[in-house]
Design a protein around this ligand. Sequence first.
Ligand SMILES: C[S@@+](CC[C@H](N)C(=O)[O-])C[C@H]1O[C@@H](n2cnc3c(N)ncnc32)[C@H](O)[C@@H]1O
Length: 435
Amino acid sequence: MDDANTEGKEWEGDFDPLADPEEKRHLLSVLDSFRSYRRLAHFNGTHVRRQAFYSLPQEHWMMLSKPPFSVLDSLNQLDDLIDSNSELAEAIFKAGFKSFIAPTIDSDWVASIVPEKYARDEYQIYSIVMDHLNVQTSQNDMDKARSCISQFYRDWSVAGNIEREKCLGPVLQALDAEFSDRSQSNANLDRSDIKVLVPGAGLGRSVFDICQAGFSVEGNEISYHELMASSLVLNHTEKAEQFSIAPFALSCSNHLSRADQFQTFTIPDIHPGTALATDPGSKVPAHKRMSMSTGDFCVLYSSPDYKETFDAVATVFFIDTAPNVIRYIEAVRNCLKAGGIWVNLGPLLWHQSPKVSSHDHEEEHEHGHTHARDAGVGDPGSVELTNDEVLALVEHLGFSIEKQELCISETGYISNPRSMLQNIYRPVYWVARKR
Ligand SMILES: C[S@@+](CC[C@H](N)C(=O)[O-])C[C@H]1O[C@@H](n2cnc3c(N)ncnc32)[C@H](O)[C@@H]1O
């Protein structure tokens, strides 16, 4: 992945979020959600709980303040863990601001608003600019920032490998099998000749792992939260285990002990920069085999620019993000080469509630013709299909299902294995080939 410092550009695609005022507002809100993580987590996580605690009858809170309960000590400990999570949130904020906003603002103006004492403090400088731009994050964006921090546990901690392995393991096996098959008729084939697309790349771990396995890979992601966080870990971390996170600390239910609630994990388990620089034995260096694109998968990859570009598409916990899964299937069909494979693993937790037609579905007037704007996942309409129906649709739309396994494994998704509550998925796995 190109680093912002060297290329001035981290993401592929036709992408200028600041050109559109609505997009800019959203981008700033996402940045602010990471900047506000510390303040809001302290407020909601400990301040409000202390107030509720002191509202108990005095003899009760006094009893609970002493061992073996020491509830106030636990809240102090929670404050420390929030600070630790905040280091990561603020690193994402700084890297995101530097990539998206800093290049667009006038340095003289910044110098005029930042007091001299903060002139060397990156966080303060960016924060003062945000204050001057009157940025305010939304509740939805704050919730996403919080879950994004926890997501690092699944994607970039040693312990998260239990979940990762169950999801990415079968995908890597399918890619390896495809490479072996193709090598039979082409002895010179290198893994880097196989171009893989990963839609809904999240924090970029599967993109990184597929690249490490020697393939050429492009990740695609729609969410600024995920894009900024994946950019931090892939491009801007300095070493393995740079951050320590407590992904379960802010949720106070279903713990057997405080130790379970306050578990910490270091991230990243592997330093992507070092791993990519010490790439063994591929004819193409790792950083040239890996890229990220930003935007709505079904708009971007159904365009003629991407026609028959990839040898494989890997969707993990992704297809159920589609309001209209036909759009996703058509996009995969468009961007896959004939004979290419689509490897899918995931449940069908349809993310969208039913969306009816709306009058504000924009239409654009161009050269005297009226066109419906392609709003991708923003288009009206949605449908929730069963696995049988999805598979029938995939076949109907030009693929042959070569392999399928119902309930390939049981896995949580960012789940605390020590919790009294376990949400377990039994994802399906299939491999389809474009006819
Ligand atoms: C459930 S997460 C799965 C992330 C990752 N594949 C994994 O297995 O951990 C789904 C991801 O798809 C992204 N996403 C949803 N709709 C998308 C779209 N239309 N285009 C690109 N990404 C999308 C979400 O932002 C989210 O990061």
